[in-house]
Write a protein that binds this ligand. Structure first.
Ligand code: AMP
Length: 455
């Protein structure tokens, strides 16, 4: 198995990696670092949690360091990120991995005053991490000068598209030198993203890492069939267990997130909520409190949480089942950072069983069901056999022990598995197996035309 020492990385970088406590390169790091050092373009199909930031940051730092910094300094590397949170995290990563190198970076994003960012740029930086809207403003004012950028990283390109930034991204790229190295990362490759990739990449190395399987396998998952009104009492009960040290709770709505956080605080569990309606400063504070252990629970919506990177999350609670099954994987992946195992617990109300079924089909696992503690409104547990196996789900004696068993993939044309309702519970009409993944028609990709939202 490859070790970091087997990669052609210089000692100051290897030292920083050791100090981070990384033992071995993750698959995307193993597959890309050499090529990036060689100057190749990259098309990486990977999402947050795979170690992709280090995969691009380490070789970029090394390449920059191999030539003396020009005087005055100018931006030689541009990293575009869809959100402020992700941009900040990428900036932090460059700072950590580059701590033994004489390189400078800064991060610019919207929603805050421009002056300090302009000041940092005027002083000269080697690496600029930016969200597209603010960067365009700075380019138009001639504060950000990108005419000597030699490396461009486009991170979470599909999310840029979702958030309506793709035109801004194209405009920024239009200002860069044509001769450069481009590293392009996206969790998914919808048509528009493929077109963009084709336009800006030259003979790229293609890598695809699938965190879904590895992430899911490492996480001990369990499920409670609980009535809607039993959810909060169940959460409170679970939090009596002190092993739930740093718990991320996912709700479907912003209001739901606020409500759960409020109720927890009323019950003496320190909690913050994070979602798109919160001001930037409030979101940063909530995240910081959670990172530093000042709050034990962070309640989040899917959009707000994507891209947030907090190490040491002990538990993820799916307070509401996600609308989009892929989000279940994104959510629970937060508790298995950097190869660590984690614990994920899901609450499923009777009207969320369609969503549960879609999730189980996507991850090809039957999530083991746990009994709702006495006194909490549970819902009739559907009989098992989501995959036609007829097998009962393995009982889970405790949160952290068993890992659910992998199911073999049903053929694409196989009928969608059904949960049969428990005796006495209302009969749900069987939905036709319209979609090979979720057993229902695909959910249209939402294009959120919130242009320049990050300004
Ligand atoms: P990323 O996919 O870049 O968001 O990284 C996810 C997490 O993995 C971050 O918390 C990194 O600190 C961590 N990480 C990155 N590379 C490694 C590695 N080789 N070994 C252990 N942890 C890593």
């Amino acid at each position: 198995m490859t070790r970091f020492e087997d990669l052609p990385l210089i000692e100051p970088i290897l030292r920083a990696v050791r100090e981070e406590g990384y033992d071995r390169p993750t698959p995307i790091q193993q597959q890309t670092i050499r090529h990036t050092l060689d100057g190749r373009d990259m098309l990486g199909c990977a999402q947050t949690g795979t170690g992709k930031t280090a995969a691009f940051a380490l070789p970029i730092l090394q390449r920059l360091n191999s030539v003396p910094a020009p005087n005055p300094r100018h931006v030689r590397v541009l990293v575009l990120s869809p959100t402020r949170e992700l941009a900040t995290q990428i900036g932090d990563s460059f700072a950590r991995y580059g701590r033994h190198l004489p390189l400078r970076h800064t991060v610019v994003f919207g929603g805050v005053g421009q002056q300090p960012q302009a000041q940092a740029l005027r002083q000269g930086v080697d690496i600029l991490v930016a969200t597209p809207g603010r960067l365009l403003d700075l380019i138009e004012q001639r504060i950000a000068k990108l005419d000597r950028v030699g490396i461009l990283v486009l991170d979470e390109a599909d999310r840029m598209l979702d958030m309506g930034f793709i035109h801004d991204v194209r405009r920024v790229i239009g200002t860069l030198p044509k001769k450069r190295q481009t590293l392009f990362f996206s969790a998914t490759l919808p048509h528009d993203i493929q077109t963009l990739a084709k336009d800006i990449l030259t003979n790229p190395v293609r890598v695809e890492v699938t965190p879904t399987a590895t992430t899911v396998e490492k996480i001990a998952q369990s499920l409670y069939h609980v009535d809607k009104h039993g959810k909060f009492p169940l959460l409170r009960k679970l939090l009596q267990d002190p092993t739930l040290q740093r718990t991320l709770v996912f709700t479907r709505t912003k209001r739901g997130a606020n409500k759960v956080a409020e109720q927890l605080n009323m019950n003496f569990v320190k909690a913050d909520a994070i979602h798109g309606n919160k001001a930037q400063s409030a979101r940063e504070r909530a995240l910081e409190n959670f990172k530093r252990g000042l709050s034990r629970v962070l309640v989040a919506t899917d959009i707000a949480a994507r891209g947030i990177d907090v190490d040491g999350v002990t538990h993820v609670v799916n307070y509401d089942m996600p609308d989009v099954p892929e989000n279940y994987v994104h959510r629970i992946g937060r508790t298995a950072r950097a190869g660590a195992g984690g614990i994920a617990i899901a609450f499923c109300a009777p009207d969320e069983r369609e969503e549960l079924r879609a999730v189980e089909k996507l991850i090809r696992l039957k999530i083991p069901v746990k009994a709702v503690p006495a006194g909490i409104a549970h819902s009739a547990v559907p009989t098992p056999g989501a995959f036609g196996s007829g097998a009962r789900p393995a009982p889970l004696p405790q949160h952290h022990h068993p890992h659910p068993q992998r199911q073999s993939a049903p053929p694409p044309h196989a009928p969608a598995p059904q949960h049969s309702p428990a005796p006495g519970s209302p009969q749900r009409p069987a939905s036709p197996p319209a979609h090979p993944v979720a057993g229902r028609p695909p959910i249209p990709r939402r294009i959120l035309w919130r242009k320049r939202r990050d300004r």
